[in-house]
Structures are given as structure tokens and as C-alpha cells.
Design a binder for this molecule. Structure first.
Ligand code: ADP
Length: 259
């Protein structure tokens, strides 16, 4: 039979290697599968809350809606706002569900400083609050996906204002072979024992959960996905009660120029 075939040492080695490659592949697939399962579990869990609210208001409307104009108003408002929240959540989930290597990047050379200024202006218009681009920011060019980089900035700025900041500062600079993009806020700050989790999908501090400010804890997971897709790193520095700085660093390509 096959097993009795005399194998030369070389073939044994090859067979052994093949076996261990195969094992690696399987355990990688298993990890992926567990992650997917966890994602589906968490996603369903998060969607259930707004769905339950919608269901109970719809029931209420069915029973009392015709006779009570007040209830009608209240019910419709609640249903609408939960539906909007669910839509935002499912958009985020769809984005995150794309495997990292499927994230389609439209790479182009972008002037990071210009993008920061543009995004800051957009956010100032939208929020009426100050978003400042650090004057020390240099002209930094980076080959990246413009939309995704903008989305990255928007996530940080949006969070800053959600979590207590009234002022946000963006800095872009290049140091040796690394391009840095930093967003600093003067908000609540993040406790040390939360720092390692904030980039996880669906993680929200209890305080954030209680604030009823939208979000399903996916913003920073999307931010990390964008940074990963650009071969970058993401980190946070924060002091409770003082504020937070989110730091993204990207390998500078040869074309990145600092003037
Ligand atoms: P979401 O904002 O929907 O909760 P995120 O993934 O963007 O989800 O953030 C995860 C958690 O990290 C938030 O719930 C909040 O507790 C914390 N966090 C994020 N950004 C900041 C910030 N700028 N200041 C303080 N806490 C923050």
C-alpha cells in the first residue's frame, strides 16, 4: 500500500513540509472562521436592539395609533430614528465585512496637507466647531486612496466631538521614511485599560453606550482596516480628562516629498 512505499529522506522532508504548510493553512482558516462567526454574532446582537425598539413602537401604533395622535407622532419618530441608526450600522458592517485584501483601493498621489485642510473645513461647516490643521504640517505627499484617507480623518474628528472635545487638531508630517497623520482632541480621553480594545469591532465603553450618540463601536475598527490596507500602523495616546491623540503612520514611498 501507499504507506509501505519506501521514502527517500528527501521525499519525507517534502512530505513533512507539505503537511505543516497544510496545517498552517487550516489553522489560519479556523481563525478566520472564528472571527467571522464572532462578527455575525456581534452584528446580530447589535442589530437586535434597534429592531426591538422598532417592533415595540410598531405594535403600539397598531394598537393605539389611530386614536392617539400623540402616540402616532412619538412612535413614528422613534421608528425613523432607529431605522436611520440601523442603516448606518449596516453600512459600516458591509464595509467591515469586506476581507482586508478585497478592500478596493484607488491609489493615487495625494497631498495630505491639502486633504487635511479640506476635511477640516468640511467638518467645521458640518459641526460649527473648530477643526484646526497644525501650521507645522508640511506638504506631505502620499500614494493612497483619497476617499479612504478622508474617511479615516472623518472617523477621528467625528469621535472627538462625540466624546467631549470642542477642539480638534490635525497634523501631517513626514519623518525619515514614515508619514504621520495625527488627530488630537481635548475630549474625555480614554482609560488605560480600554486602549487595547478600542480598535476592536463593536467595542464601546459603557459610558459611550449610555450616551446614545449613534455608533455601534465600528468606527475605529474601520479606521484600523483603512490603515492596515495602506500598510500602516494605528495607535492612540490618551490621558483621561485631557484628551486623545490618534496616530497613524504609513511607510513613505519614494515619491513622498516634504517641502
Ligand atoms: P463608536 O464611536 O461607535 O462607539 P468607535 O469604534 O469609533 O465606536 O470607538 C470605540 C470607543 O472608543 C467609543 O465607544 C469610545 O468609548 C472610545 N473613543 C473613540 N474615540 C474617542 C475619543 N476621541 N475620545 C474618547 N473616547 C473615544
Amino acid at each position: 500500500s501507499f504507506q509501505k512505499l519506501p521514502l527517500k529522506d528527501k521525499s519525507k522532508d517534502e512530505l513533512f513540509q507539505l503537511g505543516s504548510t497544510f496545517n498552517n493553512m487550516i489553522s489560519r482558516l479556523e481563525i478566520q472562521y472564528d472571527k467571522q462567526k464572532q462578527f455575525v454574532y456581534d452584528a446580530s446582537h447589535e442589530l437586535r436592539t434597534p429592531l426591538t425598539v422598532i417592533e415595540s413602537y410598531a405594535n403600539m401604533l397598531k394598537r393605539w395609533g389611530k386614536n392617539k395622535p400623540d402616540a402616532l407622532e412619538e412612535g413614528i419618530d422613534a421608528i425613523l430614528s432607529e431605522a436611520v441608526r440601523m442603516k448606518e450600522m449596516t453600512n459600516d458592517m458591509l464595509e467591515l465585512a469586506k476581507a482586508d485584501d478585497l478592500l478596493e483601493l484607488q491609489m493615487e498621489e495625494i497631498n495630505l496637507r491639502e486633504l487635511c485642510c479640506q476635511t477640516a473645513k468640511d467638518m467645521e461647516m458640518a459641526t460649527g466647531r473648530k477643526v484646526e490643521v497644525d501650521v507645522a504640517s508640511k506638504e506631505v505627499f502620499i500614494t493612497a486612496d483619497r476617499q479612504k484617507m478622508k474617511q479615516l480623518l472623518l472617523i477621528f474628528i467625528d469621535n472627538a466631538f462625540k466624546y467631549g472635545a470642542d477642539h480638534v487638531n490635525i497634523t501631517a508630517y513626514i519623518n525619515a521614511k514614515t508619514v504621520f497623520l495625527q488627530v488630537t482632541d481635548n475630549g474625555f480621553g480614554i482609560a488605560d485599560d480600554h486602549k487595547e480594545f478600542i480598535f476592536d469591532r463593536f467595542f464601546r465603553t459603557d459610558k459611550a453606550r449610555n450616551r446614545e450618540t449613534g455608533g455601534a463601536g465600528l468606527g475605529l475598527a474601520i479606521a484600523k482596516q483603512i490603515v492596515d490596507a495602506h500598510n500602516g500602523k494605528i495607535a492612540v495616546q490618551s490621558v483621561l480628562g485631557e484628551g486623545s491623540t490618534f496616530i497613524c503612520s504609513f511607510p513613505a514611498d519614494l515619491k513622498a516629498v516634504s517641502k
